[in-house]
Design a protein around this ligand. Structure first.
Ligand code: SAH
Ligand code: SF4
Length: 447
């Protein structure tokens, strides 16, 4: 990456030790990084926070959300402040009541607050709209900063005994899975750690009530827009904040990152975090997986599953299981032969299988598997000792279900893959358009 030192120091109380560096990266929202003029500590340059700057004045150059405690310590020491200030900021950023502006942080000195207000902002996202589905699922649309197209979408799914927040890791996705609405957007860009963490902090701040345990967000899943393992550095940094008891303090068993199957990143992830792993399998032959999930051409089924077998045997991952996601597509991957093959593929991997009904979207050539077929598939696995659930589809009347996030209108739609001969007939006999019209699906209820 080419860099040219083009900006004057970002003035913080007139005692700045930082230099703004303009990067020649194409990504407009990560245009500036701030490098300490003094030698970096062991946290290193990599841990410094890229900031969304396009709409900020040059004086407001930091985004505090998404920073780890160590990064905040670097930040406050650059302002000539003591490390305990970092701990104060850390709390205000991630523990309820989360501060929405600098003046909310009442235990900080006035001068320090003034300095912060002129040099930093707390959050990278702001809530633009909420769409509520009939079943109570809410799609939250967050405005991103600057001239980046699109919005960050999260989904809050209430259920008895738990509330799950499904968050995004990228704007769009490059993986081009054929059944996925988000895939039709292509990749716009990675989300920063701040943008990932903000989806959780800002949603908690809006919906959790301190006196009502039933409102607490208990589970977080990275199953929104994007392939998290293509943005692994930022995802790992966000996980550190989500799991740290001094920050958000979520249990590692309640946080799950889902991948389409990037093998080297799976290995790295399992070494660097204790959060759960989900793998979207979705097919039982390479022929079908190559077609519906093109990443399979790089990491075929046998390589992917052997990796998981090895990794989960290695240290028994403290008794953890991998979650296999399997979207049931009518006539494509929902036969009992598929169920038999699936049983063989996952043998000796500690796992749980989540069967997901296909959520329709305009223009998709796929159709959902009929309910009795899905039930028979589930039953076959269950009777043979597999932990398996058939997930209920949630929020799809507001395009808030799995694989329905994003806005394909803003990007260049990636090419469709060739349908293997054996499936031409199945898809040819199904309507190309879903029954529901795109307009009806995208109706808004503003809150
Ligand atoms: N990119 C990651 C996480 C986001 S996708 C991954 O692929 O795992 C989250 C889940 O939604 C995946 O399991 C994916 O297979 C599923 N999904 C995508 N499109 C879907 C659709 N139209 N209906 C149902 N599930 C879908
Ligand atoms: Fe990307 Fe996941 Fe959708 Fe595939 S299923 S296109 S990896 S978001």
């Amino acid at each position: 990456m080419l860099r040219s030192r083009a900006q004057k120091p970002c003035s913080v109380l007139g005692r700045s030790t930082r230099i703004l560096v303009r990067c020649s990266d194409a990504n407009p929202t990560e245009r500036y990084v701030v490098e300490p003029a003094s030698p970096p500590n062991d946290a290193g340059d990599e841990q410094l926070q890229p900031v969304a700057s396009a709409s900020l004045s040059q004086a407001t150059c930091w985004t505090l959300s998404g920073m780890t405690l160590k990064e905040l310590e670097n930040f406050v020491s650059g302002m000539g402040e003591k490390p305990y200030r970092a701990r104060q900021l850390y709390k205000w950023l991630y523990r309820p009541p989360v501060a929405s502006q600098v003046d909310d942080m009442t235990d900080l000195g006035k001068l320090f607050r003034e300095a912060l207000a002129s040099s930093a902002r707390l959050h990278a996202l702001s809530l633009r709209e909420v769409r509520e589905a009939q079943d109570g699922t809410r799609k939250l649309v967050y405005q991103v900063d600057g001239d980046s197209p699109g919005a960050v979408e999260s989904v809050l799914i209430p259920a008895s005994g738990r509330n799950t927040l499904c968050i995004s890791s990228q704007l769009g996705c490059a993986m081009n899975c054929q059944f996925c609405f988000t895939g039709k957007m292509g990749l716009q860009r990675n989300l920063t750690a701040a943008e990932i963490v903000d989806q959780v902090t800002l949603t908690k701040a809006r919906y959790e009530s301190p006196r009502q345990a039933s409102t607490q967000i208990s589970n977080v899943v990275f199953m929104g827009m994007g392939e998290p393992f293509q943005n692994l550095d930022n995802v790992l940094r966000a996980l550190e904040i989500l799991l740290d008891p001094k920050a958000m303090g979520l249990s590692h068993r309640k946080v799950t990152v889902s991948t389409s199957g990037l093998v080297p990143e799976i290995r790295r992830y399992l070494r660097e975090t204790s959060a759960n792993l989900a793998v979207s399998l979705n097919a039982t032959t390479n022929e079908v997986r190559n077609w519906i999930m093109p990443i399979n051409r790089k990491y075929p089924l046998e390589v992917l599953l052997e990796t998981l077998r090895e990794e989960y045997a290695r240290d028994a991952r403290r008794g953890d299981k991998v979650f296999f996601e399997y979207v049931l597509l009518g006539g494509v991957n929902d036969s009992l032969d598929d169920a038999k093959r699936l049983l063989r593929l996952i043998a000796h991997i500690p796992c749980k299988v989540n069967l997901i009904p296909f959520n329709s979207h305009a223009g998709s050539e796929f159709r959902p598997s009929p309910l009795p077929q899905m039930e028979a598939f589930r039953q076959y696995l269950h009777e043979r000792g597999v932990l398996v659930t058939l997930r209920r589809s949630r929020g799809d009347d507001k395009m808030a279900a799995c694989g329905q996030l994003g806005n394909p209108g803003i990007g260049r739609t990636p090419p469709r893959m060739r349908v293997p001969d054996a499936f031409q007939k199945v898809l040819g006999t199904t309507p190309l358009q879903t029954r529901r019209s795109a307009g009806a699906q995208q109706g808004l209820s503003k809150h």
